[in-house]
Each structure stands twice: as structure tokens, then as C-alpha cells.
Design a protein around this ligand. Structure first.
Ligand SMILES: Nc1nc2c(ncn2[C@@H]2O[C@H](COP(=O)(O)OP(=O)(O)OP(=O)(O)O)[C@@H](O)[C@H]2O)c(=O)[nH]1
Ligand SMILES: [Mg+2]
Length: 532
């Protein structure tokens, strides 16, 4: 029997699958076209799945080559400011996208400064007592039954610190000053003026709490200092801006402490605002108007005789950013105010948990992804760092050398330089971090210079400094020597410690230091890549 020749077809009748898939024998032209289209669509989907899988593999291979850089250091050391400098250098568009949200932070900083001034004045009965006792050395803390247990590494004074921590509100500390003198009838003109300003500025003072709640999403963090406002992932959206492009905040299992980070990093539920309540843009506009209406009062308060004298005598101590913004009140209170890059660098908001920022950094014509982990530095935040240790390639440890006369907000018995040294000891000694590229930033050198210029004596706070000259070079070298000693004692692997004197609010100087750090990290990176 003659077998009919099979029609030429891609569908082999020997293959059962192809047999099933073969075109119907009596296919009309319209059916054929529909079938071909469906086959093409199926192929397109299949190809795109293949491409996704290939891309995942490429991403995985690439992420193994990513650089992971941890920014570590105590609270207020300048880690987030340094992160902003990286962002400015490698992803400036994302900083521009966030610019609007920084307006709320600047207003918050302004309201907080005014509140702080008024609180301190109130604790002194709105009077400047020009007595001979130098109260800058005899703070309320001395009257406290708690004795200071600091100075282990530096030989600090076991006496009483000056006012405990710059943002420690007098309302939370026994002031040690006389009770408010007199009744309203016996108030001096200056007291009356301050009382009037306090009344007129009360809406601005009240705005501090509103803005703080808004920025933190209502989250309170216990054990991390008093009255701190912490922000986590997505805060830019809550404050009227877009989130910086490659910013994430991740929850990971904690390795060392058994605790988890999820409470600290859980995404806020209502970041865009609650229906019926004012949105971030409205809040910012309202407070902008309030600030505009209060600017003369803020200036009068800032320039008042009592405030000037209390600052001079160090009975009123403000953070560096307070002065920066108070001096810029006209610009900040103006309608349509948009924060400048300098404003963003000076704006202060505490980091909660660990925030990851990703940038592409060029290396020999190819982009390498850098993941920057900006951590919260307060004591209550430090356990959240540990899960990031095992994957890190490099650390920048930021230590503010200006802080020799300050004490931890979260533990007013501990001198801040001592805390930095203790923390640096833990980092140098940690087995997970022994092989990691280590960079030390001795930061806030501009603030240190200003403090020394104003006549502040280091040996008043750190007895081991002794009778050395109280000049910038001697002081910086003294602190540097202590950090180097900590490193030397914990350096079995003979790793290099790269040290830089920095002021990370200075854009130009920080750019060149970042370039230097990048090159040294890449040198190690290429060396380890060559070994793989
Ligand atoms: N003048 C001056 N101010 C600085 C310098 N570095 C940081 N600051 C300011 O110090 C404040 C605190 O800096 P941050 O970068 O927020 O500190 P942080 O280490 O991230 O603090 P946490 O998030 O609480 O751990 C900000 O207002 C900065 O503008 C510096 O070198 N010089
Ligand atoms: Mg921070």
C-alpha cells in the first residue's frame, strides 16, 4: 500500500506533543492567522520570562560584586550628613527629589530651637544672674545623686559634666537655679519682654510637636535619649516630598542580640496622611505662614541681651544647626522657601534603624553598585547594626572630635568622646568586622576649631589632656592618638586604618575625601576580586 507523503510541516506527527499541537487540517485563513498570532504571543511571553531569569542571574552575579559600606558612629556624629554628601556626589537627582521634604525638617529644627531657648530661659526665671560662680562648670547634674562613671578611656573628670547633653531640656533635669523670682508685678522689663515673646511664640513652639509627630509617623523610641524625633523609611512622603530614589529600609534577622529589627523598620501604615486630616503640604504651608508671622519675634528673642549673655556664659547651649538656621530666619521664613543644599546638610533628624541607600559608582568605565547603610547611632539603636556586619566590605566610623565637652543624651554620665572610643573599640574587636576596610572620620573639626577659638579648655572636661597646649593641632592629634591606640590593640590582621579630619557639612572638602575613600575601597575591592 502506498503511503501518502506527509505535508511539509514543523509539526512532526511522530511527536505526540506536536501531534496535539498540530494545526487543524481544515483550518480557515482567519483561524490560521489567529493561531499564528497566539503562537507569537506565547513565544514573546516565554522569551520575556527567559530574559527575566537571565537578568535575575546577572543581578545576582552583580550584587555579589557590590560594595557594601556601613556608616557607623554615635548619635549626632554626622553619618546621615555624610550619606547626603554621597548622594549629592553620585545621585544628585534623588537629593533634588527630596528637597521639598526637607522644608518640614528645617521648620521643625527652627521650632525646636525656639522652644529650647524659651525652656532654658524659663528654667532661669528669665533672668541672667551675673554671679561670680561659673555655672558652666557646675551644672544641675552635680546635684543629682547619680555619679558619673565615665572617663575610662580618656581619663575624664569624675566630676560633674557641664549641662548634660545639648538638647537635654531643663524641664527634665533639676535646674539647680533659684525658683522664679517675684510675682508678675515685680517682673523686670526684660522679663516682661521675654514673657510677651513666649506668649507670641507659643504657636510656633506648639508646632514643634506637630512637626515631630508628622516626621516620625507618631513613632516613639524608648531608651534612645529624650525627646528625639526619629525617622525611618518613607519619611520624605510624610513630609511632602518624594522619597530619594534608591532608598530602602530593610528588616533582617538580628544575629548577635537575639532581638529583631522589625519594630524599628516596619513600614509606616499611613505615610501619606489620614483622610480628613491636613496633608503634609498643608501643614508645611501653615507652618511656613506661622514662621513668616513670627520672624521678628524670633529675631528679637535671638538677639535679646539675656540670650546673648547666656550663650556667652554657656548657660544656654544650642546644637550647631540651631545657630545655622536661626541666623538664616529671614531666608527660611520667606514665602516659597525651598531648602538649599547647605540647609539640607545642616538639617537634623535622627535616624531610626538602618537605612540603605544605593548608588552606582564608576570604576574603569563600568558602574559598581554601592550600598550605603546609614544607621541610627543612639545607644538604643545599636543592636540594629549587627545583621549588616557579615556582608559589609567597608566601614566609615564617624567620631565627632568637637564633642569633648558634651555628654550622651541617652546617658548623661558618659562623655561623648569616651563613648566614641568605646564604640570604636567594639567595632575594631568584632570578629565579623576584622577583615573589613576601615576608615575613621574625625568629624566636626569646624565646630572643634570654633570651640577652641572661644576659649573652651579641653582639660576642663578631659583631665588626661593635662597641660598640653589648647590649640587645634594638639587637641586633634591627642584624640587621634587615642583612636589609633584602640585600633593598634585590636589589629591582629595588620589592617590599615585610613584616617581623615573632616567637616562633612563642607561640600568641597568632603567631595575630595569621599573620592579618596572610594579609591582606597576600590583598591581593596580589586585586590579581593583578583583573589577570587
Ligand atoms: N558644623 C558641622 N555640623 C555637622 C558636621 N557633621 C554633622 N553636622 C551636623 O550635626 C547634626 C547631626 O548630624 P547627623 O548626620 O544627623 O548625625 P547622625 O550621626 O546621622 O545621627 P543619628 O542619626 O542620630 O545617629 C546635623 O545637624 C548636621 O548638620 C560637621 O562636620 N560640622
Ligand atoms: Mg542619622
Amino acid at each position: 500500500m502506498l503511503h501518502a507523503r506527509r505535508p511539509p510541516s514543523v509539526y512532526s506527527q511522530d511527536d505526540p506533543l506536536n501531534y496535539v499541537l498540530r494545526p487543524p487540517e481544515a483550518e480557515t485563513e482567519a483561524e490560521r492567522r489567529a493561531r499564528v498570532e497566539a503562537e507569537q504571543e506565547a513565544k514573546r511571553v516565554s522569551d520575556s520570562i527567559d530574559e527575566e531569569l537571565r537578568q535575575d542571574k546577572r543581578n545576582y552575579d552583580r550584587s555579589k560584586q557590590d560594595v557594601r559600606l556601613l556608616l557607623l558612629g554615635q548619635a549626632e556624629s554626622g553619618k546621615s550628613t555624610l550619606q547626603k554628601q554621597f548622594q549629592l556626589m553620585y545621585n544628585p537627582d534623588s537629593l533634588d527629589n527630596e528637597r521639598a521634604s526637607w522644608r518640614m525638617v528645617v521648620y521643625f529644627n527652627m521650632a525646636r530651637s525656639v522652644k529650647r531657648i524659651l525652656d532654658v530661659l524659663e528654667a532661669h526665671g528669665d533672668v541672667f544672674e551675673d554671679d561670680s560662680a561659673d555655672r558652666s562648670d557646675v551644672s544641675s547634674y552635680e546635684h543629682s545623686p547619680v555619679r558619673r562613671v565615665t572617663g575610662e578611656l580618656l581619663g575624664g573628670r569624675d566630676g560633674s559634666p557641664e549641662q548634660a547633653g545639648p538638647s537635654t531640656g531643663p524641664s527634665t533635669q533639676p535646674s539647680g537655679y533659684p525658683a522664679l523670682p517675684g510675682t508678675p508685678n515685680t517682673l523686670s522689663d526684660s522679663q516682661k519682654e521675654i514673657a510677651t515673646l513666649r506668649l507670641r511664640l507659643s504657636p510656633l513652639v506648639a508646632a514643634e510637636a506637630t512637626l515631630g509627630d508628622r516626621l516620625s509617623g507618631g513613632v516613639r523610641v524608648s531608651g534612645s535619649g529624650r525627646g528625639g524625633v526619629y525617622v525611618r523609611r518613607g519619611w520624605q512622603i510624610r513630609s511632602g516630598g518624594r522619597s530619594g530614589s534608591a532608598l530602602q529600609q530593610r528588616g533582617r534577622k538580628s544575629l548577635g542580640t537575639g532581638s529583631t529589627q522589625s519594630d524599628l523598620t516596619r513600614t509606616s501604615i499611613s505615610e501619606e496622611g489620614t483622610p480628613g486630616l491636613p496633608g503634609p503640604a498643608e501643614i508645611v504651608e501653615d507652618i511656613g505662614r506661622l514662621l513668616d508671622g513670627s520672624r521678628d519675634d524670633v529675631k528679637t528673642l535671638w538677639n535679646s541681651d539675656i540670650v546673648r549673655r547666656m550663650i556667652k556664659k554657656r548657660r544656654l547651649r544650642l546644637e550647631e544647626w540651631s545657630e545655622f538656621f536661626l541666623l538664616a530666619i529671614d531666608r527660611v521664613a520667606a514665602k516659597d522657601y525651598v531648602p538649599s543644599t547647605d540647609d539640607i546638610l545642616h538639617a537634623r533628624i535622627q535616624t531610626m534603624g538602618v537605612a540603605e541607600h544605593t548608588f552606582d559608582v564608576p570604576l574603569h568605565g563600568k558602574a559598581v553598585s554601592w550600598h550605603l547603610y546609614d544607621v541610627g547611632g543612639a545607644r538604643g539603636q545599636r543592636h540594629t547594626w549587627v545583621p549588616y556586619f557579615d556582608e559589609a566590605n567597608a566601614i566609615i566610623f564617624v567620631a565627632p572630635v568637637s564633642a569633648f565637652d558634651q555628654y550622651l543624651e541617652e546617658d548623661p554620665r558618659t562623655n561623648r568622646i569616651d563613648d566614641s572610643l568605646q564604640l570604636f573599640t567594639q567595632i575594631c574587636a568584632n570578629p565579623l568586622l576584622k577583615h573589613i576596610h576601615l576608615v575613621l572620620f574625625l568629624n566636626k573639626t569646624d565646630v572643634l576649631q570654633a570651640k577652641l577659638d572661644s576659649g573652651l579648655k579641653v582639660n576642663k572636661y578631659i583631665t588626661s589632656f593635662g597641660e598640653r597646649p589648647n590649640d587645634f593641632d594638639t587637641v586633634v592629634n591627642y584624640f587621634r592618638a587615642h583612636f589609633l591606640q584602640v585600633h593598634r590593640k585590636n589589629n591582629e590582621r595588620k589592617r590599615v586604618l585610613y584616617t581623615h579630619l573632616t567637616s562633612v557639612v563642607d561640600i568641597k572638602a568632603t567631595r575630595s575625601i569621599i573620592a579618596n575613600v572610594r579609591d582606597s575601597i576600590f583598591r581593596d575591592y580589586l585586590k579581593s576580586a583578583a583573589l577570587v
